[in-house]
Design a binder for this molecule. Structure first.
Ligand code: ZN
Length: 51
């Protein structure tokens, strides 16, 4: 089972706890490579940049 990493929006640190050591609530971070929308955005950006 893969433990999912949580990211702290306050200090930008990574932890597996729901609350960071700085006291802020962490949020789940999803790698952008799993997002199909992001993939399309890359193609769109390339098309735009290359003309
Ligand atoms: Zn923090």
């Amino acid at each position: 089972m893969v433990k999912h990493l949580l990211k702290c929006p306050s200090c930008h640190g990574y932890t597996m706890k729901v609350q960071c050591t700085c006291g802020a609530k962490t949020e789940s971070c999803r790698p952008p490579k799993y997002s199909p929308e992001d993939k399309l955005a890359v193609y769109r950006r390339q098309a735009k940049g290359l003309g």
